[in-house]
Design a protein around this ligand. Structure first.
Ligand code: DAT
Ligand code: MG
Length: 151
């Protein structure tokens, strides 16, 4: 079993709409382990790095404005295949294409207000985790049910 980590963030619309608890609940109930969590008002600096690959897109500036419009809740979740599993739990980038049962499909309607971020690959996750967290703020702890969630 491959133990992976991924970066999940509740975006400012998700925080404003009080969806933080429901989003955390989905990762908890799936069986993943929370190893880091913080609430931050993100600067354009960290957001430009986080979304560096999108720098040339027409929506880039409005994306940064939206993402810095209020606090975000940034988390690191650990578990077997967590990167791919959480992308499926989150749903497609455009909520119009995200099925019911996914976070975006259940809680959002427009691509520019899609409630949640999830890393899209293991390499991306590693970069994003290093960007948002210091190593000391990620906790290696034994979750008492882990012998039941992973073989
Ligand atoms: P994802 O968040 O699913 O990984 P992405 O990395 O392609 O998607 O884009 C990052 C964010 O940028 C996305 O969550 C919302 C915003 N975005 C993407 N495409 C957009 C578009 N066509 N118009 C407005 N915002 C967009
Ligand atoms: Mg992405």
């Amino acid at each position: 079993s491959e133990l992976e980590r991924t970066l999940i963030a509740v975006k400012p619309d998700g925080v404003q709409r009080r969806l933080v608890g429901q989003i955390i609940q989905r990762f908890e109930q799936r069986g993943f382990k929370l190893v880091g969590l913080k609430m931050v008002q993100a600067s354009h600096g960290i957001l430009s790095e986080h979304y560096g690959e999108l720098r040339t897109k027409p929506f880039f500036q409005s994306l940064l404005t939206y993402m810095s419009s209020g606090p975000v809740v940034v988390m690191v979740w650990e578990g077997h295949n967590v990167v791919q599993a959480s992308r499926k739990m989150v749903g497609q980038t455009n909520p119009a294409e995200a099925p019911a049962g996914t976070i975006r499909g259940d809680f959002s309607v427009h691509v520019s207000r899609n409630v949640v971020h999830a890393s899209d690959s293991q390499e991306g996750a590693q970069k994003e985790i290093q960007l948002w967290f210091q190593g000391k703020d990620l906790l290696d702890w034994d979750c008492c049910d882990q012998i039941y969630t992973i073989e």
